[in-house]
Design a protein around this ligand. Structure first.
Ligand SMILES: N[C@@H](CCC(=O)N[C@@H](CS)C(=O)NCC(=O)O)C(=O)O
Length: 223
């Protein structure tokens, strides 16, 4: 039995959740609040003091990308070809600057200041924008349309799809979904992944008002 421990939001756990669900393994989605997080941290249950973690019969695995590689194998989403596998890994590691681009804004108490800083991140010379431009280039250049140029959808696609589009759900004040309208390549990529039969079926019960609306087909059309 595998148990994923994270906050209820998609955040750094969503790609792992999708892979676990596609793997057909028995697993539990253990969602925690801040108090439980603190207790787990103080109790030494978090190897690096952070979540997500995956509790397995052999012990606890931390670091979202390591967990994604582990569960991605169970789901058949890690390419067998060593070069393609390395390219998927490269893509996952290469996405870290985007994942980190908002980190400095989380602990800002003033909402106005938080919004200002986040608008800057996705402003003309912000680091969020730099990453979106780079990612737009990557998906446009890919001969197969999959993020890392793999023959089939891979863990890199789960990471990009959830990590990128999850930022625009409205969960992060100051980040507007209309930002994505500037990136036709990313919108086309969203269409490819969101309509992939396994992904579409995974999100089949999500409603337009749910936090996960950005993973539904057509989510960014007309933004
Ligand atoms: N490199 C880590 C980063 C994990 C991370 O930043 N986790 C955040 C939640 S998204 C956390 O545990 N924050 C609580 C804290 O730092 O006290 C990973 O990818 O798993």
């Amino acid at each position: 039995m595998l148990r994923l421990v994270y906050f209820p939001s998609p955040g750094r756990a969503e790609a792992i959740r999708v892979a676990l669900s596609l793997s057909g393994s028995e697993w539990e989605d253990s969602t925690i609040d801040g108090e439980r997080f603190q207790a787990m941290k103080e109790g030494g249950e978090l190897p690096w003091g952070m979540v997500p973690v995956l509790q397995t019969p052999d012990g606890t695995i931390a670091e979202s990308s390591a967990i994604l590689r582990f569960v991605g194998r169970l789901a058949g989403l890690v390419p067998e070809d060593p070069y393609q596998c390395a390219k998927a890994d490269e893509f996952i590691d290469g996405m870290e600057p985007l994942s980190k681009s908002l980190d400095s804004t989380f602990r800002i108490a003033s909402v106005d200041e938080r919004i200002r800083l986040r608008k800057e991140v996705f402003g003309p010379s912000g680091k969020g924008t730099r990453n979106l431009i780079r990612l737009e280039g990557k998906v446009t250049e890919s001969e197969t349309g999959w993020a890392a140029g793999t023959d089939e959808m891979s863990i890199a696609d789960l990471k990009l799809f959830t990590g990128l589009f999850g930022l625009f759900s409205g969960n992060y004040d100051g980040i507007d979904a209309s930002v994505i309208s500037e990136y036709p390549g990313l919108i086309a990529y969203h269409g490819k992944v969101s309509t992939e039969p396994r992904i579409k079926s995974h999100y089949a019960d999500v409603k337009a008002e749910d936090i996960r609306w950005t993973f539904l087909p057509g989510a960014f059309e007309g933004q």
